[in-house]
Design a protein around this ligand. Structure first.
Ligand code: C2E
Ligand code: CA
Ligand code: CA
Length: 730
């Protein structure tokens, strides 16, 4: 099982290759097996045909040898069982007849070439060979087998047919020989047994005769050889004593082999065709496989690539990072991860459309590619999120430096066609020292650090710190509780008086949300507003405050109300409609409502902000720039957006008595706003002298603990009725 699982490749491609290979091998095996079977069958048929033919040759040769003997025997019978012979052979004075009718017949006869006339005692009365007298006794001329034939012919049980024939060896070679009693045709003989004469004929199996046999019986290459010659195809020539005298051998015609030779090219051509077909299949298979592999690699690459930027995408980055961290573990170096989120991308997208947004992403990608070192891995892992991974033996400083370079890249506005967009970036850094922090965790940490950077005012670099986890958890808990608080109507609104500078009469209030978190006590807005911002709860929260303040102010007809609006709300395309709805539903005069916004959003997305402000102004509400002096404090924005009021930040007010310079700055700021016809509210006034200083600077309204802390509506109502709306003597 283990071996099997080791043999099966892990990738799907490997498995497919193996399957194709298996099919090809199986096919090749089938071709080989079928070919072998066909060839074996033909071979078998051929061998069978050969065997049949050899068998036939064997039988024919045996038959030919038998016939050879029989012919002699028949001839001998003609001469021996012959009335004339019975008369003349036994006559003492008829030797001439015997010689001319028997001896002379041995010349040029195909039937016999040697003739003896012998007595029972084997005394020779006549011996002729090829028509000439032969000076031989029977036993000197013939091998002992002749004696056996003689005995067979003369035995008492052979009386009916006193003849015997068989092969013998003679002085002249191998011959068929026969012994027969000379008698009347009827078989009668009046001669006493002791005087009986026998006729002995021999017919030599010479080369000529063998050739004739070969021709007559169609046995190719028939030859007479000695008994010692070994040959697979032979007919034995055995004499009457059972002695092997010689062999007739022939060459096998192997007709099967010939057929086989004839059929083989056909089979080979067929195999060739199948082989070619197979090779074609193989070729097609290889081509298809290669194409498939290419497609797969391409698809894999596409799956790893971000189409818009050409950079790696999230999965590509993840795969790369995993590998990088593994290598770092082996090579004992560290991996640093930079998570980069564009600030203000959404606004560009909203304002100019997706086409411009896409161009911006491409521009940023190209810029990053130049800035990031070549051995680092760069990816676009989300709409406006990028990530960089670097493996290095150096400290975190490398990552931080790279982050700074990237930030400085964003310091310049980006030109997209005819448009100019300002986007920033918030960067989170996390490390996997010696590759010990795994991919998921490193990504999570970088993401967390990036969020921290965003929260802390964007355009910043934050490195991961374990405290961030505790922070995140606390935020999660706050989110859960805040959501419930909004749903259960546990939020309240406090109102802080805003007084007229000249007589300190309450002319308005600022609505400030309050939350007493169950089990925790009051939570400052500074800590839960950002949570509401990042979780989308801000819309519900903001609308709650707006509605509550609008209803409240119906009871205070002489006051205006300031309501804080978060950038998150401002970004919501439905925001203006929602505001209009609340105003219509509550029936409040929109002129009495001022929406306070901070400049951050305007810097990021001027066009979109402009559009929203125009809409709000059309509804009739006023817009104030909050916290002026705390951030960029760009006067340009003041003018550009046509704010109805400016609120000077608490920090500027608090510093007013610290230095002459601070006071000058404050004075200049207020003077400038007034020059633009924008009234100014001073915030955070805690002391009488601050109030005096700001009044002399030209602020027409003031707000701060000095005049009154944010308080529940009932307290404000009491205040209004008690002192006629005047908080402090002017
Ligand atoms: P803000 O808009 O600048 O609001 C004024 C903050 O200054 C309030 O803090 C107020 O209590 C505090 N303050 C007023 N006078 C003095 C003073 O003399 N000395 C000092 N040290 N502080 C003074 P609060 O209520 O904690 O709110 C903090 C911030 O939370 C607000 O700053 C505002 O940005 C945000 N916020 C509060 N309520 C809401 C709301 O309903 N919606 C939104 N979006 N933001 C809110
Ligand atoms: Ca405010
Ligand atoms: Ca403020």
């Amino acid at each position: 099982m283990q071996l099997l699982s080791r043999l099966i490749p892990e990738t799907s491609e490997g498995r497919r290759q193996l399957a194709v290979l298996a099919v090809l091998v199986a096919f090749a095996m089938v071709v080989v097996i079928v070919t072998s079977i066909v060839l074996a069958a033909i071979g078998q048929v051929a061998r069978h045909a050969n065997d049949l033919d050899d068998g036939r040759s064997q039988e024919t040769t045996n038959g030919a040898l038998q016939t050879f003997v029989w012919q002699l025997k028949a001839t001998l019978n003609d001469y021996a069982a012959w009335d004339d012979a019975a008369q003349y052979v036994y006559a003492p004075d008829q030797q001439d007849w015997v010689i001319s009718n028997i001896g002379d017949m041995t010349v040029n006869s195909d039937l016999f070439d040697t003739a003896f006339v012998v007595g029972l005692d084997r005394k020779v009365y006549m011996a002729y060979r090829h028509g000439k007298p032969l000076e031989e006794t029977l036993d000197s001329y013939f091998s002992p087998a002749i004696a056996t034939l003689f005995i067979n012919a003369s035995a008492p049980q052979s009386r009916a047919a006193p003849e015997a024939a068989g092969f013998v060896e003679t002085r002249d070679g191998i011959a068929a020989a026969g012994v027969s009693l000379v008698r009347m045709k009827s078989g009668e003989l009046s001669v006493p047994v002791r005087d009986q004469r026998y006729l002995v004929y021999a017919r030599h199996l010479n080369e000529d005769k063998v050739r004739k046999l070969s021709d007559t019986y169609v046995i190719p290459g028939l030859r007479l050889v000695g008994p010692e010659v070994m040959s697979p195809y032979f007919a034995p020539i055995i004499d009457a004593t059972g002695k092997l005298l010689a062999k007739l051998v022939w060459t096998s015609r192997v007709p099967g082999d010939a057929s086989f030779e004839q059929a083989r090219p056909l089979v080979l051509v067929a195999v060739g065709i199948v082989g070619c077909f197979f090779l074609g299949l193989l070729l097609l298979g290889v081509i298809a496989m290669r194409r498939l592999k290419e497609d797969e690699t391409r698809a894999q690459k596409l799956a790893m690539e971000d189409r818009l930027s050409g950079l790696l995408n999230r999965s590509g980055f993840y795969a790369g990072l995993e590998k990088l961290i593994r290598t770092a573990r082996d090579e004992k170096c560290s991996v640093f991860l930079l998570y980069l989120d564009l600030d203000g991308f959404k606004e560009v997208n909203d304002a100019y459309g997706h086409g411009t947004g896409d161009q911006l992403i491409r521009g940023v990608s190209a810029g990053l590619q130049v800035l990031v070192p070549p051995d680092a891995m760069l990816a676009r892992i989300g709409g406006d999120e990028f990530a960089v991974a670097i493996a290095t033996r150096q400290s975190e400083e490398v990552a931080r430096k790279l982050g700074e370079v990237v930030l400085s890249f964003f310091a310049e506005p980006l030109v997209i066609g005819e448009r100019v967009a300002t986007v920033g970036a918030s960067i989170g850094i996390a490390a996997s020292p010696l590759g010990l922090v795994d991919c998921d965790e490193a990504l999570r940490r970088a993401d967390l650090a990036m969020y921290k950077a965003k929260e802390n005012g964007r355009g910043r670099i934050f490195a991961y710190d374990p405290d961030m986890d505790a922070d995140r958890e606390e935020k999660n808990r706050i989110e859960i509780d805040l959501r419930r608080a909004i749903e259960n109507g546990e939020l309240t609104v406090a109102y802080q008086p805003v007084v007229r500078a000249i007589d300190c009469a309450i002319v308005g209030v600022e609505a400030l949300v309050r939350w007493t978190r169950a089990g925790h006590g009051p939570v400052p807005p500074d800590s839960f507003i950002p949570v509401a911002e990042t979780t989308g709860l801000i819309d519900a929260l903001g609308m709650f405050v707006l509605r509550t303040a609008c209803l409240q102010i119906l009871e205070w007809p002489d006051l205006h109300v300031a309501i804080n609006i978060s950038p998150g709300q401002f970004r919501n395309p439905a925001f203006t409609v929602n505001v209009a709805d609340v105003i219509r539903q509550t029936g409040v005069d929109p002129e009495r409502i001022t929406l306070e916004v901070t400049e951050g959003y305007f810097i990021q997305n001027p066009a979109r902000a402009r559009w929203t402000i125009d809409r709000l102004k059309a509804i009739g509400v006023k817009i104030a720039l909050d916290d002026f002096g705390a951030g960029f404090s760009s006067v340009g924005y003041l003018r550009q957006f046509g704010f109805d009021r400016m609120k000077i930040d608490r920090s500027l007010v608090a510093a007013v008595h610290d230095s002459v310079k601070a006071r000058d700055l404050l004075q200049a700021t207020v003077a400038m706003a007034r020059a633009l016809d924008i009234p100014v509210t001073a915030e955070g006034i805690e002391e009488e002298r601050q109030a005096l200083a700001l009044r002399s600077c030209g602020c027409d309204e003031m707000q701060g603990f000095h005049f009154g802390r944010p308080a529940p509506a009932a307290e404000i109502a009491a205040l209004l009725s008690e002192r006629g709306g005047r908080v402090i003597a002017a």
